[in-house]
Design a protein around this ligand. Structure first.
Ligand SMILES: *Cc1c(COP(=O)(O)O)cnc(C)c1O
Length: 462
């Protein structure tokens, strides 16, 4: 490609003017729309009125909107984005050199803000709509702490109260994350807690449990729906979150277009699917409209393999079974993954949008074991300088693997991957890796089978 012969800067920045003015809603271009959320009691699709008690009105509209391709980003949110966006698209020259690959590798770096990840893109949007509605505050869960941190920052900026239920094991192992949230004014409660009916029930059934995202979601939803002036917000999985995260993909595409670069392979790690969904959205749109083709690869931990070993079925989004049912690739809402260090990838389910796209053959998925992930993380840190989050390092691993395949085959492919965040709060994990104490536990078919057995029976579903 001619333009590629030109020198590509180490970092491609857009100007503020070139930042997206609207989010892109990939559902508008999907022939098979993601399946609707269902009421767990009746099995009926949930509409605006059903979801209003849980989520802010405008976010419910976005959640249910399968048709509008572009949704304007309110000016206040754009102003906030300007504090850390546009984020750079970096040519990984040093990594290419290290690998001696003919592949061209680019990464979109979303860790350039204090919360340290892409999650701030949706946190500010959700907090903004809560504020607009005149609410007092929001509740949420956090696993590794990135989402809670992002939401605390957004709430501090807008003057909203923020109540975070933090998975107990992270609360204890990541005291610094907890303190960052408290610095931004959030209250942080270890989950399961005795504050909620669902927390008490879970503790009774599983005394000594260190919690899971699914438990923490149940608690946060209970508090939101029982406290006047509060709503619940979620950092991934939902359609609205993928919509907000499309800012990542739109910027990536604009930066690539600026230099006439066409990616062959796009890679992202997948926990609930928000960064990957956001990164790929505009590219997927072209693919869905038949204009272009790309290989799109989701990377998940071998310890929590929703896409690669899960079932495409309606399931509960939370352990307490208080949330709507979502159709997705799932390991079962009772699945508690082994202590993997990529906390942000430990969710049992996956975005309904990505699940549908994967089911329809528009993207691939692969799983990787964590020691191989940390090997990639360390190599990346040494050559590119950025200390990556363990979650992000799943994408690094597969980008490296694909670049090495290019070397073998002598192919000059262009690879783009999402570098979702920094790993400064994950040094215990790095320490385990350096001391050779990291394990690669992979769930057995028997364990998954047990968890699948608890999938809900939904009328009309196989
Ligand atoms: C939360 C998180 C993820 C995974 O979440 P998705 O919704 O799948 O994007 C990935 N990387 C980082 C740094 C995170 O904080």
């Amino acid at each position: 490609m001619a333009a590629e012969k030109n020198n590509i800067p180490y970092k491609i920045y857009l100007s503020e003017d070139e930042m997206p003015k609207a989010w892109y809603n990939v559902r508008a271009d999907m022939k098979n729309k993601p399946a609707p959320l269902l009421n767990p009691g009746t099995g009926e699709a949930m509409g605006f009125e059903d979801l209003r008690p849980v989520f802010c009105d405008e976010l419910v509209r976005q959640e249910l909107d399968n048709d509008t391709p572009f949704i304007p980003i309110p000016q206040e949110i754009r102003d906030f984005y300007k504090m850390y966006r546009p984020s750079p698209l970096v040519r990984a020259y040093c990594l290419e050199e290290k690998l001696q690959t003919p592949a061209k590798i680019y990464y979109k770096f979303e860790g350039n803000n204090t919360s340290g990840s892409h999650k701030l893109n949706s946190a500010i949007a959700q907090a903004y709509y809560a504020k607009q509605q005149g609410l007092k505050g929001v509740t949420t869960e956090t696993g590794a702490g990135q989402w809670g941190t992002a939401l605390s920052m957004a709430c501090a900026y807008l003057g909203l109260d923020c109540k975070v239920y933090m998975v107990k094991v992270s609360y204890e192992q990541k005291p610094f994350r907890r303190e960052v949230m408290r610095t931004y004014g959030a209250s942080v409660t270890p989950s399961p807690s005795m504050d909620t009916a669902i927390g008490r029930k879970i503790l009774e059934e599983h005394p000594g449990t260190t919690g899971s995202l699914g438990c923490a979601i149940s608690e946060a939803v209970e508090v939101a729906t029982s406290t006047p002036g509060y709503r619940y917000v979620l950092g991934s999985v939902l359609n609205q979150v993928l919509l907000h995260q499309s800012v990542i993909g739109l910027e990536t595409k604009a930066a690539l277009d600026k230099y006439g670069i066409e990616p062959d392979i796009i890679i992202g790690c997948a926990g609930g699917g928000s960064n990957l969904g956001g990164l790929i959205s505009p590219f997927m749109g072209e693919k869905l409209r038949g204009e272009k083709d790309y290989r799109i690869i989701a990377v998940e931990p071998a310890s929590c393999p929703s896409f690669t070993r899960g079932k495409f079925a309606y399931d509960f989004c939370d352990t307490g079974k208080v949330c709507p049912l979502a159709k997705m690739y799932t390991l079962g809402s009772g699945f508690i993954p082994s202590p993997n260090h990529a906390g942000g990838l430990r969710y049992h389910g996956m975005s309904s949008i990505l699940s549908q796209l994967y089911h329809d053959g528009y993207m691939e998925a692969t799983s990787v074991e964590q020691t191989r992930v940390f090997e990639a993380a360390e190599m990346f840190a040494r050559v590119e300088g950025i200390l990556p989050a363990p979650e992000s390092s799943h994408a690094i691993r597969v980008a490296i693997d694909e670049a090495l395949k290019c070397k073998e085959a002598g192919e000059e492919k262009t690879i783009v991957f999402g570098l979702t965040g920094t790993g400064y709060f994950d040094m215990v994990a790095y320490e385990k890796f350096h001391n050779g104490e990291m394990s690669d536990y992979i769930p057995t078919d028997e364990e998954l089978g047990k968890s699948f057995a608890s999938l809900p029976q939904v009328p009309g579903q196989a």
